[in-house]
Design a protein around this ligand. Structure first.
Ligand code: NAP
Length: 800
């Protein structure tokens, strides 16, 4: 028997919509996840097909509505078969029809694009939980056994959950007392029926556009079946209840479901968790079960990710059980009520009539029932305070926010604020001094909580007297600034202490100003030699042969490779055979052009966008990077990291503001450090890290003090990381260019170029390719013995 062992942070059992949603949420929050699914191919059965308003909001907040395309919408639904207008204020009123297969396909692609590792044909057969890990034993299609070790295992494996059974979870509740038979039938022509209570039972029929009719039938007084029905059972029952004969139709799918109602006593047991139907069994009335499960996943994902990355505050993970068990209990109770109204005997008729009158005649009753079914009325206990939004979901509204550049704005929806899966501190229009104070308070959490300054919001979010809202990644408001409660307490409670928050900066960072234009004197040292020797022309650019292949099979990320030296480096590494991620922030067309050039030469590359120097930068970059790598190589291995992106200073010491200084450090020094930190998770032994610093760390220019300080800081990366990475045979070096041609207009002024050329021993300015060649060499195996070094690529500028 072959054995295979895999380690990850979270194992999710079940690749249905709930498991895939959870996997995507975990990845979005940076946790590694493997999804184990016993089916070898996705199911073609569409059990559920209804999404309610809250689920639509959640999909919207993850950017998943657009790929879903046009979705049929019905404003009307039902409560136990009694017609009910489901619309409530919000952006997605009513119910939406999406086949489960379509949803699964969408969530599967999303989760995998984010880096979830989905393994099909993996059947859970055993579970072991120890003090520091949990292990899943899995049977593979060839009969061999594999083991998956994780910090936590989540059962999203449905009603008959193996995780729940093996984990010994209590699953109290009531067995089914009635059931409904269900079949998709082709070739029949019967009238559509919504919920027809006839003398003998309940009949439902709905013909789909493809001509297939879904029939559902219950015979009053019939006991639930112990085995799955055949089509003959359905046809006979249909005939007894309606008098119609559908026996000549072709059954495409037949099943039955009962009104059993059970709920796990605990959704968490130490390292094991349950979500979706694994945690609660209910009759699938009105499509609530799927919605309930998806919302379990979204509540759990970010909390579990915080825990496995050791930054979760105490009690956070337990709030998954307390919040979702309470929601589940309420939904199960409304479903039991609906089952009774739908399938109960003639005695329930008077109750149905009274309820129908109330639902039609009282707006309060209608809105109450619609709130319950749509999930829009969910309110978690999130702490003290009486603000009406506290514990509720952030209403979706139009919002105009302050952009990164001074005076710039951006318009969108509050849903989009949650797209990256981080928390949001939403500063509403109002007193700027108060907003600045809140920004400062939240700054230490900036990697986990994005601060957004709204300049205006639409009426949906009008909350008079509210200065700000703190919103969790799942969209629930956990703090509202009415001037009387502490933001810091809420941040600590939901996001952990800043010292435990990954990469949290110690001090407040002001909103990033627009990128400073490069001053014409940027990079030019103050000391210009008196003599003016004749300028040496740059050697003709050699066209490299693509068969040099020293980097074939390697993958590389070059930050800031849409232009300048980064661009030249990306082209060079690709010529050596590497698959290159061309990173950019603003200049998409330029980055795409680099990819096109590489592909034209037979190389491989793709673009990755992320602005560096802003909260969440590294996370965003790696989401795109890992997705691009996986798509092309099947893994997320990164062999070569070139930290090249940078912003110039060109500001006199007396003109350097704290904001300029912070910005320079954020892009040039902080981002490279955290890129190295993050990349080490993907880098195999023998990897290469090359940081582009500057000759200015060894040569004075008073106009570049702050810039040179950032590059001096980056030089330290090579020195100290080299020792740390030696055991893994990973080398890390600094490459320090001198004045090197880029898009700066100064390179179009012959006199300036001549002056700059005099600084180099070769009497010319550097070309991007001069530096790219040095970087490429350091990336090859030939440079294996060089680490921790400062490589002078200034063309002799530092010789004096
Ligand atoms: P460049 O032509 O100015 O290009 C800069 C690149 O970095 C662009 O791809 C740009 O992306 C990207 N970038 C800038 N700010 C970014 C941010 N906040 N987030 C993400 N990407 C960002 O650069 P270069 O002159 O070749 O310089 C490359 C490196 O060498 C820099 O680190 C620089 O400090 C260093 N250096 C340059 C010289 C020189 O004389 N040129 C000398 C010594 C050292 P977009 O195109 O999308 O904006």
């Amino acid at each position: 028997m072959g054995e295979d062992r895999t380690s990850t942070q979270v194992v999710v059992v079940g690749a249905g919509p709930v498991g895939l949603m959870l996997a995507g949420e975990l990845r979005l929050a940076g946790a590694d996840v493997v999804v184990l699914e016993k089916l070898t191919t996705p199911t073609t059965e569409s059990r559920a097909s209804t999404l309610h308003a809250r689920t639509m909001e959640i999909l919207d907040s993850r950017g998943l509505l657009e790929p879903l395309g046009a979705v049929p919408n019905e404003r009307g639904g039902h409560f136990g078969g009694i017609p009910l207008d489901l619309t409530l204020p919000g952006r997605h009123p009513g119910q939406w029809k999406v086949l489960q297969t379509r949803l699964e396909e969408l969530l599967g692609r999303w989760a995998q694009d984010l880096g979830a590792d989905v393994r099909r044909g993996h059947e859970l057969t055993g579970l072991t939980v120890t003090g520091d890990h949990a292990e899943a034993e899995v049977r593979l299609p060839d009969g061999t056994t594999a083991f998956f070790r994780a910090l936590c295992i989540v059962g999203c494996d449905g009603e008959d959950s193996t995780v729940r059974n093996l984990g010994g979870f209590d699953f109290p509740g009531a067995d089914a007392t009635r059931d409904m038979l269900r079949a998709d039938v082709a070739g029949i022509d019967i009238p559509n029926r919504r919920f027809e209570r006839l003398e003998g039972g309940l009949a439902i029929a709905a013909r789909r556009p493809d001509g297939v009719t879904r029939v559902m039938v219950h015979e009053f007084g019939a006991l639930p079946r112990t085995a799955q029905p055949g089509f003959a059972d359905v046809a006979e029952t249909w005939k007894r209840v309606t008098g119609e004969d559908i026996g000549a139709g072709t059954p495409l799918w037949v099943n039955s479901f009962g009104d059993a109602s059970r709920q796990a006593a605990r959704y968490r047991d130490h390292r094991l968790f349950l979500a979706g139907d694994a945690a609660h069994q209910q009759m699938p009335i009105g499509g609530q079960a799927l919605n309930l499960g998806l919302q379990d996943a979204v509540n759990l994902g970010w909390k579990l990710a915080a825990q496995v990355q050791r930054r979760g505050p105490d009690g956070l993970l337990d709030s998954y059980h307390s919040e979702r068990h309470a929601v589940g209990q309420r939904v199960l109770s409304n479903i039991r009520a609906q089952a009774l109204l739908l399938l109960g005997p003639a005695e329930v008729e008077p109750v149905r009539q009274v309820l129908a009158e109330l639902a039609a005649g009282s707006e309060n009753v209608r809105a109450h029932l619609a709130g319950m079914i749509s999930g829009l009325d969910i309110r978690h206990d999130v702490g003290p305070g009486r603000h009406p939004l506290l514990g509720r979901r952030l209403p979706h509204a139009d919002i105009t926010t302050a952009g990164p550049a001074a005076g710039s704005t951006a318009t969108g929806s509050t849903a989009a604020l949650l797209r990256g899966g981080r928390g949001v501190l939403l500063l509403l229009p109002g007193d700027e001094a108060r907003r600045e104070a809140l920004r400062t308070l939240a700054a230490p959490w900036s990697d986990l909580v994005r601060t957004v300054t709204a300049t205006s919001v639409s009426e949906d979010l009008a909350a008079p007297g509210t200065g700000a809202l703190l919103v969790r990644p799942d969209g629930h408001v956990v703090w509202a600034d009415t001037g009387d409660t502490e933001l810091t307490t809420a941040l600590n409670r939901w996001f952990g202490q800043p010292s435990r928050a990954a990469g949290a900066p110690a001090a407040h960072r002001a909103p990033a100003p627009a990128r400073a234009p490069v001053a014409p004197t940027a990079q030019i040292p103050a000391r210009i030699p008196a003599q003016t020797p004749v300028q040496t022309p740059a050697p003709a650019k050699k066209k490299r042969r693509t068969d040099m292949s020293r980097l074939t099979g390697k993958t590389a990320l070059v930050t800031g490779s849409s232009r300048g030296m980064g661009r030249a480096t990306a082209l060079r590494l690709a010529q050596e055979g590497a698959l290159v991620a061309v990173h950019y922030t603003a200049n998409r067309e330029a980055a795409e052009e680099v990819v096109a050039l590489i592909e034209k030469d037979g190389g491989r590359a793709f673009t990755v966008r992320a602005e560096l120097g802003v909260p969440g930068d590294v996370h965003e970059l790696f989401l795109g990077l890992e997705s691009g790598l996986r798509e092309r190589t099947g893994t997320t291995d990164l062999d070569i990291l070139v930290n090249n992106a940078g912003v110039m200073g060109g500001v006199k010491p007396e003109d350097t503001t704290p904001e300029t200084f912070d910005r320079l450090f954020a892009v040039n020094a902080k981002a490279p450090f955290f890129l190295v930190q993050r990349a080490l998770r993907n880098m195999p032994d023998g990897g290469r890290i090359i940081n582009i610093t500057s000759g200015l760390t060894r040569c004075a220019n008073p106009d570049e003090i702050a810039y040179a300080m950032t590059k001096g800081a980056v030089d330290q990366l090579a020195l100290h990381f080299a020792k740390y990475l030696g055991p893994r045979n990973i080398t890390i070096n600094s490459v320090a260019p001198g004045i090197t041609r880029n898009d700066n207009p100064v390179f179009g002024i012959p006199e300036a170029v001549e002056q700059m050329a005099q600084l180099s021993a070769f009497n010319r300015v550097g070309e991007p390719e001069d530096v790219a060649d040095v970087v490429a060499f350091l990336a090859t195996d030939e440079a294996r013995w060089i680490t921790g070094s400062f490589v002078d690529a200034t063309g002799g500028t530092l010789l004096g």
